[in-house]
Structure formats: C-alpha cells, structure tokens
Design a protein around this ligand. Sequence first.
Ligand SMILES: [Zn+2]
Length: 299
Amino acid sequence: MRRLFQILILLPLLTPLWAKVKVVCTIPLLSYIVREIGGEKVEVVTLASGERDPHYVEPRPSLVVSLRNADLLVKVGMDLDMWVDSLVDASRNTKIIWGSPGYVDCSLGIKKLEVPRGRISPKEGEIHIYGNPHYWLSPANGEIITKNILAGLLRVAPPSDHGFFKERADSFISRLREKAKEWKSSLAPFKGVKFVSYHRSFSYFAEYFGLDYLGTLEPKPGIPPSTAHIAQLIKDMKEQGAKLILLETYYPRKFADIVAKETGAKVVVVPPAVGAMKGVDDYFSLFDTIVSAITKALR
Ligand SMILES: [Zn+2]
C-alpha cells in the first residue's frame, strides 16, 4: 500500500518522459505530415475538414478547446487559415501564439508565387493578399513544410525524442523525392499543356511540373465567376487550345461544365489537398490522384 502511494506521488514527475506532444493543425494535410514525423510520440488534432473549402472555417467553441491544451500549432500561413488566429486568441494559450516556440508557420522559406503588387481591394471579397498560399502542391515545398514542422517539434519536445523525429523526417523526405521523380516522369509528356481551374490552387503544381496555367473560372481569388469573365475565359481557351479544366472537389461544377461545353475541354475533378476526396488520406495519394487524373484525361 505504501509502495503504491509512493508511485502515485512520483507519477506527475515522471509523465513528461512519455507524454506525447499535443499538436493542433489547421488542415488534414499538415496533420498527415506531423504524424509522419512524430509517429506515436505525437497526438494530433485537425481543425478543418479536408472535404470543405479551407479558406473559410466557421469558428466553433470545440476548436478553441483543442487549442487550449496544444503544445504546438501548425498552420499553412499567409492568409489561407487566418481564421485560426481569433481561435488562438480565444484559447489564451500563450505557448502557441505568433513568435512562441509552439507556433509553426509552414510557409516560412517558401518561394511565394503571385504576391500582389500595388493596392488590392479586400472589400470586394478578394483573398490571398500575401500571395498564393497553395504551396503544398509542389513536392519540393513538401520538404520545406516537413522541415518547418520538424523544427517546431524539436523546440517543444524532450531532447530524448529529437533523434526519433529527425530520422522519421529524413525518411519521409527521401520517400518523397523518389515519388516526385515518378510524378515528374508521368507528367513529362504533357509539359506546356494549357489548363484552367476554378480557384488558383495549382500554381505551385504547374510550376513544378511545367504545365501552363491559363486562368481560373473565378475572376480573382475568392470572387465568384461572372458571365463576362467566363465569356473571356472561353475565348482565351479556344484561342490557345486549352483542353483541361481541373475542378477542385469543393467548388460548384456548373461553371466548369458550361466552359467545357463551349471549348471541348475535359473537366477533371481533383483533390486540392489531403482529405478532399475518398482515398486521398496522405501526401503521396494526393499527388498520385492528381497526376493520374491528368494523364488519363490528356492521353
Ligand atoms: Zn486559395
């Protein structure tokens, strides 16, 4: 009995040795990479569903509760998941506020595309004022995301776990490099192919794989398609011979169908991130799915 009592008293002192790092991620793609690095030494909560548009997430009290106990917050950054900022404030968890060791902005070190020059008018509803935040759709940027998450884990985890995290991060990066070669060679025959999408989700993808982004169904990020814009897009696609429309899973189909009917282009529904489609549960199947959908459509 006395022995048991001693153990119970010592227990709180020992817990840090096997406690998991509590990580909260804004989108499932980041959670997947955290698990790849952290394995059983992390406990991960994801705030947004992969099936919904990650630009707009309704703040709910349950999300604040998850943030309250977190050791690490992992976000996309730029303005994609800006909705998390007010939730972090509400959680009053100073471990995960901007600038503290438990704050990971995965866009750190990314070569940003489409950074607006001059004035933009957010009153129209336009988003992405810091440039295009869909940078995870380049395997090269997947490495940068991995390094940012690893750095965060090393800041908050006990030193005894550092080797474990580093090894797993290295292993993930080398598997990613191997797969990236495969994806590159699958898309090599389609270099320079012109395509459009609903939202500008594929800029980093297009740059990495050498595809030619002709335009989007929405006139500007976050602004719904207009008749005039669609008419101009149809004209451009006909003139330039664009035959591919990539439609992100969570956007409406009708505009893509109208454009396809006028131009003879094929509509290919693709997942813009992990969790956006059934079976797309990891970073590898995300690229596998997009690459095979494109090659099938253009063959
Ligand atoms: Zn966006």
